[in-house]
Design a protein around this ligand. Structure first.
Ligand SMILES: Nc1nc2c(ncn2[C@@H]2O[C@H](COP(=O)(O)OP(=O)(O)O)[C@@H](O)[C@H]2O)c(=O)[nH]1
Ligand SMILES: [Mg+2]
Length: 366
């Protein structure tokens, strides 16, 4: 015990127990104060957007870019989801071929297709089970009828990553297969509820909040609207010709615009910077180049050249910027490909400065 505290003890006649108690509570106060400081400096980023716009993929990129490895258990979990993504995806294609009355390319695939349809989606697929599926998957993926159904995928609900996995089936089906970062980025699992992840960036803790995007999940959004620094709003910009999974009739781009409308014009976010990520740019480029489709069929008000990526980009962007009611409210935007690490690295670097500046401004005001 130091002399100082000894003197203090005699002056106030504190027992050693009381002294210890006081010491402890001072330590706790210090910890609380430290927590407060961290919380004050913390940057809270909300990832919002419709289902399948790329929110969770963006968060995976944040881990990859900032060197936070996926744990072994998590990689194993992703591996099983990847197997499921492929098998379920092919089932959807087999079913769609039938419903769209597209003839089989090879009639010997009738039985193969039927066998796959019998697979119960809730079953877990491990390496051994997946190995049994592989010859069927390969055979079906090379069938003309399945390919034609794939070309017409806008007419039914198929996850965007199915093609990537089917094209990599050789690699994925090896017995020693381990998902790469790229595989993990393509792996699709719908988010339920709210996931938070903290990453220290330039010594500032960045708290990323990822939410489920589908209609049933959106009531939960309000619970994380407190002390937000910035909102990263993701749009799947390639979805102009697709309808919602939830009701199979609403245009996906229009649904996304309506959600954005409620966020950007919300008074709770009047001092929150909003950054629009016009995502799935890679798929948009492919779709616009495809002579079989035309944005005017879905958006007759489009007046540009429907196969010019620049024209389509500015039209889609205007759909979103057009809903903003406050002319003074800043709105930043980027066209992004969330599965492309190099692209997200560049985009996040520029976004980060905006966010940190904004954070500094609010800190000064406090
Ligand atoms: N090709 C491509 N696929 C993407 C892109 N962004 C996300 N995806 C895929 O789209 C699917 C849905 O993404 P996810 O992040 O789960 O969307 P969330 O519902 O908003 O969290 C996943 O299979 C992703 O791999 C992109 O920019 N390009
Ligand atoms: Mg998600």
């Amino acid at each position: 015990m130091s002399l100082m505290s000894f003197g203090c003890c005699t002056r106030f006649k504190m027992t050693p127990e009381e002294l210890e108690q006081r010491y402890k509570s001072q330590e706790i106060d210090k910890l609380i104060e430290k927590d407060k400081q961290v919380l004050k400096r913390q940057v809270k980023l909300l990832l919002l957007g419709a289902g399948e716009s790329g929110k969770s993929t963006f968060l995976k990129q944040m881990r990859i870019i900032h060197g936070i490895k996926f744990e072994q258990d998590l990689i194993r979990e992703y591996q099983q989801i990847i197997y499921q993504n492929v098998v379920r995806g092919m089932k959807v294609l087999v079913d769609a071929r039938d419903k769209l009355a597209i003839p089989w390319g090879d009639t010997s695939n009738v039985a193969v297709g039927l066998e796959l349809l019998h697979f119960n989606n809730n079953q877990i697929i491990d390496v051994n089970r997946f190995t049994q599926f592989v010859p069927m998957l390969k055979k079906l993926w090379s069938d003309n009828g399945i390919r034609r159904a794939y070309e017409r995928r806008r007419e039914f609900q198929l996850s965007d990553s199915v093609e990537f996995f089917l094209n990599n089936i050789e690699r994925i089906s090896r017995s020693d297969y381990m998902p790469t970062n790229k595989d993990i980025l393509h792996c699709r699992k719908a988010t339920k509820g709210i996931t938070e992840f903290v990453i220290p960036i330039n010594t500032v803790p960045f708290l990323f909040v990822d939410v489920g995007g589908q209609r049933s999940q959106r009531q939960k959004w309000f619970s994380c609207f407190d002390s937000v620094t910035s909102i990263l709003f993701l749009v799947s910009s390639s979805e102009f010709d697709q309808v919602l999974l939830e009701d199979r009739k609403t245009n996906r781009l229009e649904e996304s615009r309506d959600i954005f409308d409620t966020i950007i014009n919300n008074r709770i976010f009047s001092s929150v910077s909003i950054i629009l990520f016009m995502n799935k740019y890679d798929l948009l480029v492919r779709k616009v180049a495809n002579p079989e489709t035309d944005i005017r069929w879905y958006f007759p008000q489009f007046t540009g050249n429907s196969h010019s990526i620049k024209d389509v980009q500015s039209f889609i962007l205007a759909i979103f910027t057009g809903v903003k009611r406050d002319p003074k409210k800043q709105l930043y935007h980027h066209f992004t490909t969330a599965v492309d690490t190099e692209n997200i690295k560049v985009v996040f670097n520029s976004v980060k400065d905006t966010i940190l500046n904004r954070n500094l401004e609010t800190l000064m005001l406090q």
